[in-house]
Write a protein that binds this ligand. Structure first.
Ligand code: AMP
Length: 304
């Protein structure tokens, strides 16, 4: 099975209560693809960087099986840059700076061999770019997931609503679900969001886990209580990459299997936050992932 992902590949400056990291590798698509690389070999990246982006990182991504033929490298231009500072609770953060650079004029072009992707993850980006990716596909993928944020609800609601009609799964955080639906109750929010298009909805609640909705079916996955969180950046994208990677590797999109995928996504996110940037996602062992999934199972298993 193939997974196509579009999203940012970026430089980040990050400040958390645990320390700082400057000009480190970030970007939604980077995290999505690296997390998915632990489940799948056919990974198709669609993104853009400037010629300032390190060759070693691109080589590393390729070594993880990520196809870079849909990555545009613009000569004489700079990569997307984001700076953020986390609050003491590690859940809230302030964006200190966003420099679109190459992203300002990004027009995704899918290589021919990407056009029949079976699984598609539209990472957080302008909804118009997410739409452009869908328009180039030759057949309807088995599953399309989309991640977005409050910023796009504020500045591009119409095109966001248009793309929502064409996807299967929306992943957003609780605040964003409330903003998009105008409902305080997440159950009511889920109903309204289903009516906008997505049959499935994943509401991410940071250190409080995630909820999966499909009509009246609801599943809750906790986040693993960790002794130390170093950097939450990319946790949401890592979740999405693990979730989609697991689904694509099993080829099963039933609600029962999606529950397992939510746990695999949560397990991958729990690794992501243990170090700055993508460091923890560089060389995970299969056994570590399996053990962590078992930890999740133990966390919620009890006899009633
Ligand atoms: P997350 O913590 O999962 O929300 O993802 C953080 C990553 O998203 C960082 O590595 C940033 O480079 C990237 N990012 C931050 N702001 C944006 C934005 N407005 N559009 C796309 N990607 C962004």
């Amino acid at each position: 099975m193939s997974l196509l992902a579009v999203g940012t590949v970026a430089f980040d400056d990050i400040e958390t209560p645990a320390g700082r990291a400057e000009k480190v590798i970030g970007g939604a698509a980077t995290y999505i693809m690296l997390a998915a690389s632990y489940f799948l070999k056919d990974l198709q990246l669609v993104s853009v960087v400037g010629d300032d982006f390190p060759r070693e990182t691109l080589d590393f991504m390729q070594s993880r099986g990520i196809d870079l033929s849909g990555l545009q490298i613009r000569q004489g231009e700079k990569s997307f840059y984001w700076a953020g500072r986390y609050h003491k609770n590690m859940n809230d953060r302030d964006t200190l700076d966003t420099q679109l650079n190459v992203l300002a004029t990004f027009d995704p072009v899918l290589p021919e061999h990407y056009k029949n992707a079976e699984y598609v993850m539209l990472g957080n980006l302008t909804p118009a770019v997410q739409l452009r990716v869908l328009e180039q596909l030759q057949q309807r993928p088995k599953l399309i997931a989309l991640d977005t944020m409050n910023f796009w609800m504020n500045v591009a609601l119409d095109s966001l609503l248009e793309v929502l009609q064409r996807i299967d799964i929306l992943t957003i955080n609780d605040e964003e679900a409330r903003q998009l639906s105008g409902e305080l109750s997440l159950v009511k929010a889920a109903k309204k969001i289903h009516a906008m298009g997505p049959k499935y909805l994943v509401i991410k609640k940071g250190e409080h886990g995630a909820l999966l909705f499909e009509g009246d079916n609801v599943f809750f996955a906790p986040a693993l209580p960790l002794a130390e969180v170093i950097d939450p950046t990319g946790a949401g994208d890592t979740f999405a990459g693990g979730f989609m990677g697991y689904l694509a590797s099993t080829g099963d999109v039933s609600f029962e299997n999606m529950k397992r995928a939510v746990i695999y996504g949560s397990a991958m996110a729990s690794f992501c936050v243990e170090k700055f940037s993508i460091e923890r996602l560089k060389d995970l062992q299969t056994e570590e992932i399996t053990n962590r999934v078992a930890q999740f199972a133990r966390l919620v298993t009890f006899s009633a």
